[in-house]
Design a protein around this ligand. Structure first.
Ligand code: UT7
Length: 325
């Protein structure tokens, strides 16, 4: 019996050079380092330079992932970019990434699931690979979220940052007796009834402008922990694994209190939870692959580890993916 699996070949990341600290933000908006750290757990975020676009961040992360995997752009036949901040309304940022990497074959498209985008993209790439539509996928989460912020609105502008992370998934046919590897299961959810709890008040079909982020923060917070834990359990149920089998939990990095709440509700020891919200802030679809890049580079996540990815965001959308590294 064939067992086609999408295994992780490499990861990479890119962060814009400019770092914006809480103290610097407090000079321009009525906030404080103390409030941001206590309520959200953020110390600093990276901000893309003028003329630096989402596809540029994505390409830099992709090149690092290719180097990490020992592959070249020619080896890639599927590019999925999860983003809410594409360079242009169209074409997809993924096609710009394809062009900038010099790739002429295969396919490229974007996924718009806001902060859950990377988990949606991993599940999509895994399905494409298992259904014979691709052999090596470059799955990227990339955002210039700073461009959607109203920098006079302290309830949102302190929360977000820019960055990109990339993962390469490769099709393998596991031999008889070979242990399970790669993406083991995913679960994706959405409920559009919550659309206006976290949204941007512009778009091609409404205002013809880009718009700014609006969030009913406490309302989003109220839903977050329950939705995250539900989808983690749904993903585990598909495989027979339990929370106790997990080596690492790599959650979306929106708020330290949400991460801690979800970890505690799942009964996970804090040392198994990867946290980067302090240094990256909320980078939307880039947050999970950025966290992955940190935890693989510092040697925490190793081959053979059981890793649960999870995210929740605008829509609402939420999802999880379980990977044997
Ligand atoms: O990535 C997608 C998912 N997004 C999320 O998961 C975000 C979920 N929500 C949150 O993380 C939190 O709700 C926030 C961090 C957005 C806000 O934290 P909170 O503890 O829910 O605060 P709050 O909105 O209830 O505001 C408490 C107080 C208010 O003042 P009053 O009315 O009590 O006087 C706010 O005006 O904090 C005030 N406040 C601030 N103060 C200083 C709000 N933003 C700031 C700020 N600096 N930046």
């Amino acid at each position: 019996m064939t067992r086609i699996r999408s295994i992780v070949r490499g990861v990479g990341a890119y962060l814009p050079q400019k770092v914006l600290t809480n103290a610097e933000l407090a000079k321009t908006v009525d906030t404080s380092d103390e409030w941001i750290q206590q309520r959200v757990g953020i110390k600093e975020r990276h901000i893309a330079a003028e003329g630096e676009y989402t596809s540029d961040l994505a390409v830099a992360a992709a090149k690092n992932a290719l180097a990490n995997a020992g592959l070249t752009p020619d080896d890639i036949d599927l590019i999925i970019v999860a983003t809410t901040t594409p360079d242009y309304t169209f074409p997809a940022a993924a096609t710009l990434v394809q062009m900038k990497l010099g790739i002429h074959h295969g396919m490229a498209f974007d996924i718009q699931a806001v902060c859950s985008g990377f988990v949606y993209a991993v599940a999509t790439a895994d399905s494409y690979i298992k259904n014979g539509l691709g052999t090596r996928a470059l799955v990227i989460g990339a955002e210039t979220f700073s461009r959607l912020l109203d920098w006079t609105d302290r309830t949102t502008c302190v929360l977000f940052g820019d960055g990109a992370g990339a993962m390469i998934l490769e099709k393998v046919d596991l031999a008889d007796g070979e242990p399970e590897r790669g993406v083991l299961a995913s679960a994706l959810r959405s409920d559009g009834h919550h659309w206006d709890k976290l949204y941007v008040d512009g778009g091609p079909s409404t205002t013809g402008t880009t718009g700014h982020v609006h969030m009913q923060g406490p309302e989003v917070f109220r839903h977050a922990v329950g939705k995250i834990t539900d989808v983690v359990y749904s993903t585990l149920e598909k495989t027979g694994y339990t929370v106790g089998d997990l080596d690492w939990f790599v959650p979306h990095q929106a708020n330290r209190r949400i991460i801690d709440g979800a970890g505690a509700k799942l009964g996970l020891p804090p040392e198994k939870v990867v946290v980067t919200v302090d240094i990256h802030a909320n980078t939307s679809a880039a947050s999970v692959p950025l966290a992955l890049s940190v935890a693989t580079a510092d040697g925490r996540i190793k081959q053979g580890d059981l890793v649960m990815l999870e995210a929740m965001g605008g829509g609402f959308t939420w999802g999880a993916s379980l990977i044997r590294w």
